[in-house]
Design a protein around this ligand. Structure first.
Ligand code: SF4
Length: 452
């Protein structure tokens, strides 16, 4: 969007108004692929029946089905993979050739990633139509950028790609080997964002806890968090998607020591049964995880923890699923997501036998969520009467009568909400500002609060 805007394109979120439509796709799991295809087809209608003249498909689905998309959906004029962002202007018909020769490609790697590459972890041989080289794109602080989020909050991608061997996952083939943005580049971007009014920063990457390893940095993420804490104007900083065995004492200490770093850890554990985790090629198990959760809670007072699990992994027995349920009861996460296993060609698990029926997978997912719902309800109830800082995010999407906001316990877009139903008379709260709130009611996942 930044490159298009810089080249003079006027951006609109309304497909009806657009001359050029760009569909940015996901290809991680079947439901995301389906949603991407449905959206492409829906947008193709704007070309045949509306005013759109060009249709561009971008993102991970292009890495996976490059030729197929063009062959099967003739309305598509151009495709842009995740490593080819400099081609967007030509794809949109604004420039005839790529404008920038990808100055932002960084060729760093970690020994772990090189080893996995030699083992074929990043191979796309079994995929028809995935013809492009493995992406090695990384944006930097000079890349033009348009925030798709409200002006007070922004994501910063600090690393791209993944070297882990998780057998259910094709992200390494889609996104390439792990590579980090330069330390100074991330800081420069954060400073620029803060100057433009951003108050909350969320660091992302497929694995943020590996940040800097390919640059020879030890404790890269803690160092980055420390430095970001000193950026004037920022109020909340958090990172998402920690890898379980990469959460170090130094990282925990950094979260505790710096007020601006939210006491929040999102660590997708994927399962808790040692047998399933071994087949997932992730390692660990319930006892080990419980010990590290205890350590994290001891180190960080008031820690909020999020995790996610995959249910119905090939061969997941009833007993293994029960182990997961017991673990969830015991671990008492603040936020938890459960995803149904999605069979992906090219992932190691694709060739494992004993696939579970879809209905059984869905039953397990619902059951796990019902356990978490009770935990969440109790945890949210325990917050009644307590006070927190709240970032006001505007009117409620559900009713104009309520305002909405988030506390440091809520990562943007993914966690529950705080509905605000009361504020001191004559002090109309403003979107993007921070207030002190008191929790007055609790639901399964959401809270109700008044500003004090
Ligand atoms: S760590 Fe995450 S992105 Fe990397 S292979 Fe595992 S699930 Fe995929």
């Amino acid at each position: 969007m930044g490159m298009l805007a810089q080249a003079g394109a006027q951006l609109t979120p309304v497909a009806d108004d657009a001359d050029v439509i760009v569909v940015n796709t996901c290809s991680f799991i079947s439901t995301a692929q389906q949603e991407s295809v449905d959206t492409i087809l829906e947008m193709a209608r704007h070309k045949t029946e509306g005013k759109a003249q060009r249709l561009v498909v971008a993102g991970c689905m292009v890495e996976r089905f490059r030729d197929e998309i063009r062959k099967n959906i003739p309305e598509v004029d151009a495709v842009v993979g995740t490593g080819e962002l400099d081609k967007i202007l030509a794809a949109a018909g604004i420039a005839s050739e790529p404008v920038a020769p990808s100055p932002f490609n960084i060729l760093t790697s970690r020994p772990e990633g090189d080893h996995r590459r030699a083992q074929g972890r990043f191979a796309r041989d079994s995929w028809d139509g995935a013809v492009a080289d493995l992406p090695n794109y990384l944006y930097d602080e000079t890349t033009p950028r348009v925030l798709a989020t409200p002006g007070y909050t922004a994501y910063i991608k600090i690393a791209e790609g993944c070297d882990h061997p998780c057998s259910f996952c094709i992200i390494p083939q889609l996104r390439g080997q792990f590579r980090s943005r330069r330390f100074e580049s991330v800081i420069a971007e954060a400073e620029r964002l803060a100057r433009s009014g951003v108050r909350e920063i969320t660091l992302i990457g497929q694995d943020t806890t590996c940040y800097g390893e390919d640059l020879g940095l030890k404790d890269g993420l803690p160092l980055l968090l420390e430095k970001l804490s000193a950026v004037e104007g920022l109020r909340w900083i958090r990172f998402l998607y920690a890898y379980p065995n990469k959460i170090t004492g130094r990282l925990l200490e950094t979260i505790t020591r710096h007020e601006k770093v939210c006491s929040y850890i999102d660590v997708p554990l994927q399962h808790a049964s040692a047998g399933v985790l071994k087949r997932m090629k992730r390692g660990g198990g319930a006892d080990l995880f419980l010990r590290s959760i205890e350590k994290m809670r001891r180190a960080i007072p008031g820690l909020t923890m999020r995790t996610s699990f995959i249910v119905g992994f090939p061969g997941e027995s009833e007993k293994e699923f029960e182990e997961l349920c017991d673990f969830v009861e015991e671990a008492q996460f603040d936020w938890m997501g459960a995803f149904s296993y999605s069979d992906q060609e090219g992932a190691g698990a694709f060739d494992l036998g004993k696939k579970l029926p879809v209905r059984e997978i869905e039953r397990r997912r619902k059951h796990l969520m019902s356990i978490q719902k009770k935990i969440s309800r109790a945890k949210k109830k325990a917050l009644i009467g307590r006070e927190f800082d709240l970032l006001l995010t505007g009117s409620s999407e559900e009713t104009d009568l309520l305002l909405e906001g988030r506390t440091a316990m809520h990562a943007p877009e993914i966690d529950g909400k705080v509905f605000v139903n009361e504020y001191p008379e004559g002090n109309e709260p403003q979107e993007g500002e921070f207030y002190r709130c008191r929790v007055t009611e609790a639901h399964d996942y959401d809270l109700v609060a008044s500003l004090v």
